[in-house]
Write a protein that binds this ligand. Structure first.
Ligand code: MF3
Ligand code: CO
Ligand code: CO
Length: 285
């Protein structure tokens, strides 16, 4: 089974990465009123989600994160006519982030094959017509230990409970506090060094979306804002250490596992639209 997949991976990656077309950025914004902008964000969000869906079958023991990177890059460029946002972003060398086991975020794809039982976050950001879609999820290489699944489940649930709270008038401190309370209840910790962010016609804009906070404080959500929530949850201590080129790679200081899930959201008049929702996320309608 997995051998057939690895053969397809060889085939799909043998010519390396496709050339990225040049593009013109739109003026940076993370809040929109025009329906054409909102439609642009919907399209970008769907394309980012589609990359994660497309990748699923290729995340098997023996595949390298470099191969996953090339597959995602070429799909984005050749099939979607879009641009992988991480490539060359502040010197980031690859087209997506692949964060394996104790890597919290910003893992750089490399030539090391995944082993059975590894867990990897793949974080995809694409640009379509100047609009950004940003989303990530955990993938398992073969079967993983129950404690690994549990960490991922709690992390994903912390994202979902945050999304459930999103509507105009809610403050970001309320959302951060709810995420960290849920995580702590399960005896895990929240990474504080990295946040969600406004996303729109720019990759990282206002507001910062911390995954911890004080209720009743912080930015008040308003209709038309587009932002990410992307909790990083550690099995052990919350502390981070940085490694790799330009210190891009964030790992847990204690070497224990970390998990992350991310969605791009639009604040609507009455609540929220998940722009990067995947079909298996059936609890949302
Ligand atoms: N996608 C990440 C985020 O959720 C940012 C990655 S920056 C990169 O904000 F340069 F590492 F790609
Ligand atoms: Co993000
Ligand atoms: Co991301």
């Amino acid at each position: 089974m997995s051998n057939d997949i690895l053969k397809r991976v060889e085939e799909l990656t043998k010519n390396g990465r496709s050339e990225v077309p040049s593009w013109t950025p739109r003026p940076a914004a993370t809040r929109f009123t025009d329906i054409s902008d909102i439609e642009g964000m919907r399209i970008a969000g769907k394309l980012a989600a589609d990359v994660l869906i497309m990748l699923e079958e290729f995340v098997v023991p023996g595949v390298t994160t470099d191969q996953l990177d090339i597959i995602s890059h070429n799909y984005t460029v050749d099939v979607q006519g879009a641009i992988p946002a991480p490539l060359n972003y502040h010197g980031f060398p690859k087209s997506c982030c692949t964060s394996v086991n104790d890597v919290i975020c910003h893992g750089i794809p490399n030539d090391k094959p995944l082993k059975k039982g590894d867990v990897v976050n793949i974080d995809i950001t694409i640009i379509k017509d100047g609009y950004y879609g940003d989303t990530s999820r955990m993938f398992f290489a073969g079967e993983v230990a129950p404690h690994v699944e549990r960490l991922c489940k709690v992390t994903q649930e912390s994202l979902y409970l945050a999304i459930d709270m999103v509507k105009p008038g809610v403050r970001l401190g309320d959302i951060g506090a709810a995420i960290s309370a849920y995580v702590h209840k399960h005896h895990y910790t929240v990474v504080e060094e990295y946040c969600g962010h406004g996303v729109g016609t720019t990759f990282h804009g206002e507001p910062q979306v911390a995954h911890y906070g004080t209720p009743g404080t912080g930015v008040i959500l308003e209709e038309g804002m587009t932002l990410t929530i992307e909790p990083m949850v550690n099995a052990g201590k919350k502390q981070v250490k940085h490694t790799g080129p330009d210190n891009w790679i964030a790992k847990t200081k204690d070497g224990r596992l970390s998990a992350q899930y991310e969605h791009t959201l639009l604040i609507t008049a009455t609540g929220v639209e998940i722009l990067t929702k995947r079909p298996e996320e059936t609890r949302f309608f």
